[in-house]
Design a protein around this ligand. Sequence first.
Ligand SMILES: [Zn+2]
Length: 334
Amino acid sequence: MIIDCHGHYTTIPSSVAAWRQRQTAPSADPTLIGGRGELEVSDEEIRETIEGAQLRMQRERGTDLTIFSPRASWMGHHIGNLETSISWSRLQNDLIRRVSDLFPDSFAPACQLPQTPGEPLDAALEELERCVLEMGFVACNVNPDPTGGYWTGPPLWDAYWAPLWEKLCELDVPAMMHVSASANQNFHTTGSHYLGSDTTVFMQALSSGFMNDYPGLRWIIPHGGGAVPYQWGRLLGMAHDQGWDFWSVLDHIYFDTCVYHQSGIDLLLDVVPTQNVLFGSEMIGAVRGIDPTSGRHFDDTKFYIDNADLEDDERRMVLSENALRVFPRLGVGT
Ligand SMILES: [Zn+2]
């Protein structure tokens, strides 16, 4: 079974986008905070938005199952207040569950969490438990910078985050460390904010060593790990100089393969231990076009992995076996 660890519901029905606009408008309809108002989404609408998009591409590319979460750039944790974020997260996660119910063999659900700058994580823990224990979710997305590109919150080693790390260990689910849209015009959302965050998350883990306090804690760093594989020698050298335990970080951290050219994938697979790489494409995401030099979609990362210089058993690890290890709940009736 070929498992794509990184997919979002980017083709969400337009009525949901309109709902979110109303919820976050300056004169927001108060019934959309703490409730859903009139919004109804039919199974037919969900089918239509999936069948011609993610499902068709899965079939064309020969992948089987996608770990599927709400659109990351729309999580928008910096918008509104905690109540805004709770309502939005619940609505989005409920939709993801319905996608998985309609296409149980093709999509396994991962949730977004209600995080708001300056607020405690209790609501996030509550939503995580609801999704995992009541709705069979297999993973979640954690936003390391809910301020949307200002990074004024506590770093990931801070005691602020400890209850979330404990809960992830208790539930045995991994977290993809995925920021949302940039509210800071200095950072392009998918071009620099995402990749800067991926690098930042790794550095916070490496320089603090805090993950060793949580033996079962597992993070997936998306987008191929930002600059980390490319700058592997720099980070390894810094660890050597500073006395940081570089290799123990890899007991906890996995990199996806959302790198959209062959040379980048080759470097990732060459540098990062094979057991720490998970196939991911983030298809119908940041880059939707076709590479004129190959005639294939830039985000068809399975094509690059198929063409990479890997032994068969290594390719199986990347495409399937590593994911089954990192997402143990995949086997528990998703
Ligand atoms: Zn993503």
